[in-house]
Ligand binder design. Sequence first.
Ligand code: FAD
Length: 424
Amino acid sequence: MTGAGPDERADAVVVGAGLTGLVTAVRLARTAGPGRRVLLLEAGGEPGGRARTTDHRGYRLGLGPRALYRTTRDELRALGVRVPGGEPDLSGSLALRDGALHPGYAAPGPLLRTGLLAPRERLAVARLLALSRGRPNLAGTDAARWLADRLPTERAREAAFAVLRVSAYAGRPEMIDAGALAAHFAGVRRGVTYVDGGWRTLVDALLGRARALGVETRTGCRVTAVEGGARPRLTLADGHGIRARSVVLAGLPQRAAHRLLDEPGPAGPPGRPLHTACLDVALSRLPDPRRTLVLGVDEPLYLSVASQTARLAPDGGAVLHLARYDDGSGLGATEVRKRLDELLDLCQPGWREVLVHERFLPRITTMTAVPEARTGGLPGRPGPRVPGRPGVFVAGDWVGQRGLLADACVLSGARAAEEAAARL
Ligand SMILES: Cc1cc2nc3c(=O)[nH]c(=O)nc-3n(C[C@H](O)[C@H](O)[C@H](O)COP(=O)(O)OP(=O)(O)OC[C@H]3O[C@@H](n4cnc5c(N)ncnc54)[C@H](O)[C@@H]3O)c2cc1C
């Protein structure tokens, strides 16, 4: 379709077919019931957004490491999407400090044995990570302050954050609100799933559900403006217009959403994005099957052999994900890559000889807006309604008062879908 012509009509339009948009479209179509016309528009060549998985001769590589939390899993199951996979075994996790590997902290067992902490420190860290004292009034306090208040030494704080960081992708504790981090970590402790086939399994299943419910999905379809309130009108990059009763901007960063709406955005301080460097690796054989989960302590590094838990590689092969979380140190891509290579050399010596495929992503956005203490933590995030635009809703990892990362996407997508469906 090109050019102006008469506007197309739809009941509801979801803009963006990442995880947020897919969940939103399925829930919207299901709540609205049969006979409603729901469109799902995606600018890219395929749906999935940052939840995409690529396939290299049977090796499934997500964009960076992927752990699906219970909240996301439960929301997907409620939409009829199965989540096949397994839970990683943390008991053999290792900690990397001063360039050497030590029995790690990722599970209570290794934490209580690690020689990197004195007994008093171990106990304090274990207690903090158990969140046994609850999380009273943590919103508005940054995680650095929380750790300083609760832990006796710098070494203990570093150890605790090594575990917390992995769950939230936050490179340093000053970056993130303690209430948001603690609530998220409590959810992560309920269990995580490494998904068979990668997150593409979920994207495909959601697309299947959407199709079965009659949602029309269009790729290569960029929305350039959304005007009006009660009966919004969308303009596409080719000039085509669509009028709908409800529009959900799903998974667009906050600034991008406000640009489409031609609105200045919130008056308060903007949420800052979180970036991570990722190295995704496929090997025909795993050189050392004992070194499969490593958490950096004095440097924000991570390594996981995801294929030990989920079906991601052909028999005998392995898929590994390495990451360096952004700690604000400003290291260039070459230096970051060098450090990830060194970690791989340490854990899986000889990996280059069995390399099938590698992909280095020096700076991918893991969260479009971190809930920070200065922005009020989770309670400071906006809801799905856009003030003054009754037919327009937003959803994504920066929307709603619950959840981080994919959890925030599915929870805010569900709420936006309910509100959008109520207008049809
Ligand atoms: C390296 C990495 C690791 C991660 N690990 C985890 C993890 O372990 N656990 C977890 O819970 N979360 C994790 N996440 C976060 C999770 O992947 C994201 O929160 C989620 O995939 C975001 O989905 P989304 O739909 O909100 O955004 P996106 O995936 O970015 O999708 C937005 C979509 O909108 C489209 N779009 C944008 N503008 C327009 C427009 N104008 N018109 C039409 N379409 C448009 C884009 O093309 C895109 O496809 C990770 C993220 C990354 C990057």
